[in-house]
Design a protein around this ligand. Structure first.
Ligand SMILES: NC(=O)c1ccc[n+]([C@@H]2O[C@H](COP(=O)([O-])OP(=O)(O)OC[C@H]3O[C@@H](n4cnc5c(N)ncnc54)[C@H](OP(=O)(O)O)[C@@H]3O)[C@@H](O)[C@H]2O)c1
Length: 236
């Protein structure tokens, strides 16, 4: 798919899945803008792919306004940036339980709200969810509910923002930057459980999630959909 002369904006584009989408979009000819909270991460990521970058915290409305003020227009927006805690209701503080909603749900909602005046009529938004939305991997009810809410948000925004298309990507467990920062024994136990729970008996890659996001950027008759690059985890 060519993205020549298209502007692709990625909040959370400095690492992980967001960076992989950024790299692929730049390869396809897009002008790429990266956002995230850490200037050094963004600067290094942007230098690798010839992107522009600006610091942004999606939990701060002023920060989002400044970020989108620096962007000429938005043809495709992807918003995986989030930082939160998950766990059982009976163990998490109320603040930690709310954290996925603060940064992953409202963070994406407000990012789209600030981007809306600059979205091209033939453009698209891809929101980030997670396959936990439909199949909880363990006790983490607020996180599960947050992802389910994001999929509902995608359908609601698809109606409001049409003809701009809005879709959601809901990956399964991905061997990449996020899991590499977790303790090796925790990671290996989670990966082993996931392998036995999926149809394809393996975890995924950031590149395989990027395939889904790039597809949704170009899928001109697809809106309000959620795509699950999860190796069959969600329906098994
Ligand atoms: N990896 C998986 O297995 C998996 C599976 C399902 C869903 N997901 C979802 O995918 C998303 C991204 O995960 P990833 O695997 O790509 O991990 P990642 O490498 O940690 O990416 C998250 C990015 O978001 C940025 N970020 C965090 N909080 C932010 C905020 N408040 N405002 C703006 N940017 C923020 C981070 O940079 P700074 O810290 O510098 O801001 C980082 O670049 C998450 O929402 C996660 O729930 C991941």
């Amino acid at each position: 798919m060519s993205l020549a002369a298209r502007v692709v904006v990625i909040i959370g584009g400095g690492s992980g899945i967001g960076f992989e989408v950024a790299r692929r979009a730049a390869d396809a000819g897009a002008q790429v803008f990266l956002g995230g909270r850490t200037a050094s991460t963004l600067e290094a990521a942007a230098a690798k792919i010839g992107a522009q970058w600006h610091v942004v915290d999606n939990t701060d409305s002023d920060s989002l306004a400044e970020f989108f003020g620096a962007v000429p227009r938005v043809d495709h927006l992807f918003t995986p940036g989030a930082s939160y805690r998950t766990g059982p209701m009976r163990e998490l503080s109320d603040e930690d339980a709310a954290s996925p909603f603060v940064t992953k749900f409202w963070g994406q909602y407000h990012a789209v709200k600030h981007a809306a005046p600059k979205l091209s009529r033939d453009g698209s938004v891809v929101l980030m969810s997670g396959a936990a939305s439909v199949r909880p991997p363990g006790p983490a009810p607020a996180y599960v509910a947050c992802n389910a809410a994001i999929e509902g948000l995608g359908r609601g925004l698809a109606v409001e923002l049409a003809p701009v298309r809005v879709n959601v990507v809901a990956p399964g467990t991905i061997d990449g930057n996020l899991w590499s920062q977790r303790r090796a024994d925790v990671r290996e136990a989670s990966f082993a459980q996931y392998r036995s729970d999926t149809v394809l008996h393996r975890v995924g890659t950031e590149s395989e999630v990027a395939d889904a996001v790039l597809y949704l950027f170009g899928a001109t008759f697809t809106t309000g959909s959620t795509l699950y690059p999860d190796g069959g985890y969600s329906f098994r």
